[in-house]
Design a protein around this ligand. Structure first.
Ligand code: TXA
Ligand code: MG
Length: 372
């Protein structure tokens, strides 16, 4: 893959870090309604000392390290098994911290922060020199988010104010929505996991690039294009967000990797409800003859109509928020049960539905069948 431009030291540093094969991972439970300051200080001290702490945010669990410490960022890539050209999001707790890590704060960023921070929105801005290129994967820009989760906010403050945090999954696994999923992926690889309970949203933040005019959405999330346009006027979407055939490389380096992938082969089936059920059941019969373990991702209204070995509902079509919250848990469960072939129903793309379909399409490697 070669070194990213402008940051020749990235690969070099990564080679220099030894594999911490026998790290003992401490699990720390912090109640978000009664945050114990002593526990937060303990977790913050780990990050200040250059260690890694996974922690809850309102979107998904993050894998945190000191964003201004190049060694910490290199450790994050190692723990995730993630390519070092895939930049990290810097999590902050106040606007003073933003001023310190970007070259300047455009008017658009001020407006978005007033409306959506703290919350599930990440802004791409030109980086200041104090942000090491290890954190930004060699880019001149930096991704910044101010999360709303109270445990995350306290932890960021106790860690020195700048926490680099990708989702706390091993590369290629769905992002964790519960501390137990972080432990599945990270036990023995990082110093600490803070368990703050279940996340609220369940899909990663919306990413908007403010270094271009008009701004461009690089990854859909809870904050939709319409919500951004109410604040900024025209906002564009990266062509690669919902399509496999755009022939372009995504602008968020992480979006080009096959993320969120279940072990089983996943196909999305789109069309009229009854036709979808018939198509899926027909194919399940065929796979059964091949002695393959089959699965279906349906909804409350449809799930009982399927004849697969493992049938799961992501919730009700009337409740998009619930579907967003459940999707990654369900994908993980199919992995745990070693399902080999999975069919999923398709979902509407309005509101958070666009983020749901973006993640599902990526999990399926854009394998979609349309039935009429
Ligand atoms: O909700 C979230 O954003 C979660 C929580 C933990 O905050 N974090 C998260 O991080 O999803 P991660 O690393 O899994 O995804 C970050 C995405 C990647 O696709 C990465 O390529 C992109 O953000 N990204 C980061 N910095 C960027 C930059 N300077 N320019 C373009 N894309 C960037
Ligand atoms: Mg991720």
């Amino acid at each position: 893959m070669g070194d990213p431009p402008g940051c020749p030291a990235v690969a070099e540093r990564q080679r220099g870090i030894r594999e911490d094969a026998d790290v003992k991972t401490k699990l720390l439970r912090i109640d978000e309604h009664h945050i114990d300051p002593a526990l937060v200080r303990e977790a913050g001290a780990v990050i200040k000392a250059g260690g890694l702490v996974a922690f809850p945010t309102e979107t998904v669990y993050g894998l945190g390290g000191d964003a201004l410490n190049a060694e910490s960022s290199a450790k994050i890539y190692r723990a995730k098994g993630r390519p070092s050209d895939n930049p990290l999001i810097v999590h902050i707790a106040d606007m003073e911290a933003l001023a310190a890590i970007v070259r300047d704060i455009p008017e658009s960023a001020v407006k978005l922060a007033e409306r959506f921070w703290p919350g599930p929105l990440t802004m791409i801005l030109w980086k200041a020199d104090i942000v090491p290129c290890e954190t930004t994967g060699g880019l001149d820009t930096v991704a910044v988010r101010m999360p709303a989760d109270p445990v995350a906010r306290e932890l960021i403050r106790a860690s020195g104010g700048y926490v680099a945090a990708p989702s706390a999954n091993r590369s290629g696994r769905p992002s964790p929505t519960l501390a137990k999923y972080v432990m599945e992926d990270m036990d023995g690889r990082i110093e600490m996991v803070v368990d703050g309970g279940a996340v609220e949203i369940g899909l990663e933040s919306t990413i908007v690039d403010l270094t271009v005019t008009p701004p461009v959405i690089l990854r859909p999330g809870y904050v939709t294009r319409q919500m951004l346009e109410e604040v900024l006027g025209e906002v564009l979407e990266d062509n690669t967000m919902m399509r496999a055939d755009s022939g372009q490389a995504p602008k968020a380096p992480g979006m080009k990797y096959r993320h969120y992938a279940p072990k089983g082969e996943l196909t999305i089936v789109d069309g009229a409800a009854q036709s979808v059920v018939e198509y899926i059941n027909g194919h399940i019969e065929r796979h059964r003859l091949e002695h393959k373990k089959t699965g279906v991702i349906g909804t409350d209204a449809s799930v009982r109509q399927y004849g697969a070995d493992v049938c799961k509902s992501v919730g009700s079509r009337d409740d998009d928020d619930m579907i967003a919250r459940e999707l990654y848990r369900i994908l993980r469960e199919f992995d745990d049960e070693d399902v080999e072939v999975i069919y999923a129903e398709s979902f509407d793309t309005d509101g958070i539905g666009q983020a749901i379909m973006n993640r599902l399409l990526k999990a399926a490697g854009h394998r979609v069948v349309h039935v009429s």
